[in-house]
Design a protein around this ligand. Structure first.
Ligand SMILES: [Zn+2]
Length: 120
């Protein structure tokens, strides 16, 4: 596979041999790709499992009822809904019995999040 050998090879001759070499190289690359993919997949699986066991995402995602676009993030610790758009963020604490209506930016669905917990 050296450049010198390529340059010295007479054109038209040894084509079968060169194709054979290429086939070997390709199959080797293919094998290595399979190894890499297997490694990536196992790493991804192991990684996500690790993350899940260490710390599940604390905040819940509020998704559009129609198209599943992300409308906001609910932080249970702070009892606070966070609605973000670009550099704009609104922090909402509706309180027991309150509700928030957020029209979906993607499909226009008027999503209403109602706090149904019994008031203390
Ligand atoms: Zn939507």
């Amino acid at each position: 596979m050296s450049a010198a050998r390529e340059a010295n090879a007479p054109s038209g001759v040894d084509i079968a041999a060169r194709i054979g070499t290429l086939e070997m190289v390709v199959s080797e690359i293919d094998t290595q790709m399979h190894h890499m993919m297997a490694t990536i997949v196992s790493n991804a699986a192991g990684g996500s499992a690790e993350v899940e066991s260490r710390s599940p995402m604390r905040d819940a995602v509020w998704a559009c009822a129609n198209c599943c676009a992300r409308l906001g993030i609910y932080n249970e610790d702070k009892d606070q809904l966070r609605v973000r758009y670009k550099d704009f963020v609104a922090y909402i604490n509706p309180g027991a019995g309150g509700s928030v209506m957020v029209p979906c930016r993607r499909c226009g669905e008027q999503n209403i999040l109602t706090d149904t917990r019994p008031s203390k």
